[in-house]
Design a protein around this ligand. Structure first.
Ligand code: F6P
Length: 198
């Protein structure tokens, strides 16, 4: 892969409610964001699009695929969002109320914290690396590849290419109106953050 584009899915019903996890759909704004992503990428010939198995990721990717003549979509479970275990589907404020110790412990060490019955950034790393390897293998020497991921997933993918201190990774900003364009060769790494919608 010469050019890797990394986008997050558009806004979802859960994003609006500040709920985490789940499998909700894009909102009207989310559809517009996805449509602008497709509009921007239509100038580039994307050969492969990798999504997670979640609805929001597939819905977003569809807007890009619709702009392409010849593009293969491959959903990978490795790119599913972090599993928040007992906190799945909850609002951050509900977690604080119901499981104050989870909210507290996670805020002390967000990278190392593992949700009960779920995952943490520290355990996500292995899964995301596996997904990346798979994606890079499946897309072979394709010129342009897009991954439509999630907040925590995209943070991990970015940190794979761009050195970040571990404790900073869970705080990398992953906006829903911008994409990262990464060119990575043996000699150089180039990063571009493109805002495709206001
Ligand atoms: O809120 C959206 C979301 O993708 C959740 O599904 C996920 O639990 C969360 O972001 C991850 O971000 P953070 O690690 O900052 O809670």
């Amino acid at each position: 892969v010469r050019n890797l584009y990394l986008a997050r899915h558009g806004q979802t019903e859960y994003n609006v409610m500040d709920r985490i996890g789940g499998d909700s759909s894009l909102t009207e704004l989310g559809h517009r964001q996805a449509s602008c992503l497709g509009e921007y990428l239509k100038n580039y010939d994307i050969n492969y699009v990798f999504t997670s198995k979640k609805r929001r990721s597939k819905q977003t990717a569809q807007y890009v695929v619709d702009q392409m003549e010849n593009c293969t979509v491959i959903p990978l479970p490795e790119f599913d969002e972090i599993n928040a275990g007992v906190c799945e589907d909850m609002m951050y404020s509900e977690i604080k109320e119901k499981y104050p110790e989870i909210a507290r412990d996670r805020s002390y060490d967000k990278y190392g914290y593992i949700y009960p019955e779920g995952e943490g950034y520290v355990t996500l790393k292995e899964r995301v690396d596996r997904g990346l390897k798979k994606a890079l293998f499946l897309s072979g020497n394709a010129e342009r590849v897009l991954i439509v991921g999630h907040q925590a997933i995209n943070r991990m993918i970015l940190s794979h290419f761009l050195f970040r201190r571990q404790e900073d990774v869970p705080y990398i900003l992953v906006p829903q109106n911008s994409l990262f364009h990464i060119i990575s060769t043996q000699q150089k790494k180039l990063f571009e953050l493109v805002k495709f919608m206001d």
